[in-house]
Design a protein around this ligand. Structure first.
Ligand code: BES
Ligand code: MN
Ligand code: ZN
Length: 498
């Protein structure tokens, strides 16, 4: 799907999309089209329940006086309430409607609107961002799809006087979509194709953007004493990798912000085997790593003026004659020992060594990890909101704000000594699960916190519920959501640039 910006003109074919404000207030372009069409648009509005509210649409077909096949009126709500995500969603929903209708091309009018905080160029860029995000589709493994079930839309043109400014404003957003798409791609791939080595191959493509890579193999990790991460991968035929990506867009002396992702390319549960039903979902148990990869692509793509390090702990969790047994005791790189009572609580074992490694080598002041860590977070928060855990009120606040701004909401849960105690263990320094089923997501976060050094600001995002969507959303088609890329990209812009 191609996105472009141009000066307004009347399209000779394809569809037209134009905005209407609450309550049935035509934008200048809509009013002009209505005039050209002899009042057909305002008559159609009057004959319908369309009020111009956010998310409402009205399609008017074969309008006399216009050569376009149809006019899609999209509701924008109240001008003074139009925020970034509303504008994104307008763009996304136009793409969805056009694909439903079977249109190939659409021209979207973007007007100057009184009362909005944003210029038409800024708004056109946001519409384009949403349009591109919704236009994503993972169909590389479909070999014989009929043309009439494929998405039809191939071209979206935003028409406004300030088209040059709009194009400029869109450029960094386009880089963010590139990052989001990379995340969606790697998370969607099945585990026979996406495993530690192939994940690293995807990361190698970022080198041409200026990202520096370091890849540790099993031998390297053994030498470093990463017994915690390695006990997860040891049952698999697929060798593990620790992938480190460095983006140095800031001052040399500035400590990097560290992003750490759980990259379990398939989670069978290991010897503590999961039930068969739904196990295929565990191909996306590497979404934390997928988000870190996509984020690094977005930051490098738009040449972010800051230093970031992304670390992905890449392993496959399989049962076999070589697999870790419940009761095995392993030693992590930090020196702390762990009794593995449940081999299905593997994400925390992988993160323990990845977190320790990045703190040792890159000396970040801020560490943020992402992981599809617990089923319990889905019970607590559902599939729209991710769980946030942090040792810093400030960091938690900044992340929450970023999430709100981009439509990726996160909600903070508590940490505390009473939860931490659940991990105490007779045989080793800690066990990898709590004593009962209570507060499973918090206990998992407590485990991670045992691998965070004093004075490091840390946040953990449990994205198990939000990583995969069963239904289409305005800017996110069903499937892999890449939840976290937009959030962290915004977090970086707001806190580490300017
Ligand atoms: N990858 C799972 C968590 C998960 C479950 C993600 C469902 C997405 C959907 C994780 O490794 C896991 O198995 N966690 C266990 C922990 C338990 C054994 C303490 C869980 O949540 O049941
Ligand atoms: Mn598991
Ligand atoms: Zn897992």
């Amino acid at each position: 799907m191609k996105i472009s910006f141009s000066a307004p003109s009347l399209p000779k074919s394809g569809a037209i999309a134009v905005g209407v404000l609450d309550d049935r207030k035509l934008t200048p372009s809509a009013a002009e089209l209505d005039k050209t069409a002899g009042g057909a648009l305002s008559r159609a509005i009057k004959a319908s329940r369309f009020k111009g509210k956010k998310g409402q649409h009205l399609e008017v077909l074969a309008v006399a006086g216009l050569e376009a096949s149809r006019v899609l009126l999209f509701g924008m709500g109240k001008a003074e309430e139009l925020g970034d995500t509303d504008l994104d969603e307008v763009g996304g929903s136009i793409v969805a409607k056009m694909n439903e209708a079977g249109e190939k091309e659409v021209a979207v009018y973007v007007d100057e609107i009184k009362g909005t905080a944003k210029t038409s160029a800024e708004r056109a860029a946001r519409h384009a961002f949403g349009a591109r995000l919704r236009g994503y589709r993972f169909d590389r493994h479909k070999t014989k799809e009929e043309a009439d079930s494929k998405p039809s839309l191939s071209k979206v043109t935003f028409m406004l006087e300030d088209h040059a400014d709009a194009k400029k404003a869109y450029k960094p957003l386009d880089k963010v979509t590139e990052g989001v798409f990379l995340t969606r791609d790697v998370v969607s791939e099945p585990a026979n194709l996406m495993y530690p080595e192939t994940f690293v191959n995807e990361a190698k493509k970022l080198e041409k953007l200026g990202v520096e890579l370091e890849v540790l193999d099993e031998k390297d990790m053994k030498k470093l004493g990463m017994g915690s991460l390695l006990c997860v991968s040891q049952g698999s035929e697929r060798p593990p990798r620790l992938l480190i990506m460095r983006w140095k867009g800031g001052k040399g002396k500035d400590a990097p912000v560290a992003f750490v992702g759980k990259g379990v390319t398939f989670d069978t549960g290991g010897i503590s085997l999961k039930p068969a039903a739904g196990m295929e979902d565990m191909k996306w148990d590497m979404a934390g790593a997928g988000v870190v990869l996509g984020l690094m692509k977005a930051l490098a793509g738009r040449k972010a003026k800051m230093n970031a390090v992304g670390v992905c702990g890449l392993v496959e969790n399989m049962p076999s004659g070589k697999a870790t047994r419940p009761g095995d005791i392993v030693k992590s790189m930090s020196g702390q020992t762990i009794e593995v009572l449940n081999t299905d609580a593997e994400g925390r074992l992988v993160l323990a060594d990845a977190l320790w490694y990045v703190q040792e080598t890159d000396k970040p002041n801020v560490v943020i990890d992402l992981a599809t860590l617990t089923g319990a977070i889905i019970v607590a928060l559902g599939s729209e909101t991710a769980g946030l855990f942090s040792n810093s009120d400030e960091l938690a606040g900044r992340l929450t704000d970023a999430g709100k701004a981009v439509g990726e909401p996160i909600w903070r849960l508590p940490l505390g000594e009473t939860y931490d105690k659940q991990l105490d263990c007779d045989a080793a320094d800690m066990k990898n699960i709590g004593g009962n089923r209570e507060a499973g997501s918090i206990v998992a976060a407590q485990f991670l916190q045992r691998f965070i050094k004093k004075d490091v600001e840390w946040a953990h995002l449990d994205i198990a519920g939000v990583t995969w969507s069963k239904k289409d959303k305005p800017t996110v088609p069903k499937g892999s959501t890449a939840f976290g890329v937009r959030l962290l990209e915004r977090f970086v812009t707001e806190n580490y640039e300017n």
